[in-house]
Design a protein around this ligand. Sequence first.
Ligand code: PLP
Length: 243
Amino acid sequence: MMEKSSNDLECRFLDLEENLKRIREKIAEAAVRSGRTPEEITLLAATKTVPVEVINHGIEIGLDHIGENRVQELCDKYDYLHKEQTDVQFIGHLQTNKVKYLIGKVSMIQSVDSVKLAKEISRLCTQNGSDMQVLIEVNIGKEANKSGILPEKMPELVEEISVFPGIQVRGLMAIPPANADSTEMDRYFSKMSDYFIDMKAKKIDNVTMDYLSMGMSADYAQAILQGANMVRVGSALFGARQY
Ligand SMILES: *Cc1c(COP(=O)(O)O)cnc(C)c1O
């Protein structure tokens, strides 16, 4: 990790504190407006490119769920994170041959979109004697070259992997098309909510539809209004990413 001057870090800490306060207020407002309590919404901090010192300050001031989206970056940061006080998840695209680096490190993988990937998670968890919670990533915009299972194929995938030992399906995740306008976004979020409710009603053994993970910095309040109960927020918390 690059050394940061203490002044620079101090500024980032203060910005983070203000951002977190504002975001919690917006989450609470959207929760109440959609008939829920603020506690029913999980804020997961998307921490890609954010230095460990800043993430740890975030954990100190209450970020109890964080998500990385690249395996290498997660592994680089892992030993230095204050993990006792937060839940570490994986939210990015995952190749089957990299699953091994996540076992025993993260509590949940939000990006399961194939039987092959689920099978590998199950195999390694069984070997390791541990469990992995997973969300099924849905390609809600049906975009070519985007990860996620097509919506019409999602129920079958859930049924098929529900019997795999060592993994537990806990819900759905989506990243709608980046260029969608607000009206289109509403439509994607609302479709995801419908799928989520339908899947919940199926009451599949070993599947608990607890989490609908959608909404990022630009649209988390909108996602909550449409039914999200987990939002993944990066730049609105930590500032614009510097690659
Ligand atoms: C980066 C990232 C986010 C957060 O994006 P922001 O627009 O910075 O809030 C959410 N989900 C995933 C999967 C990401 O990779």
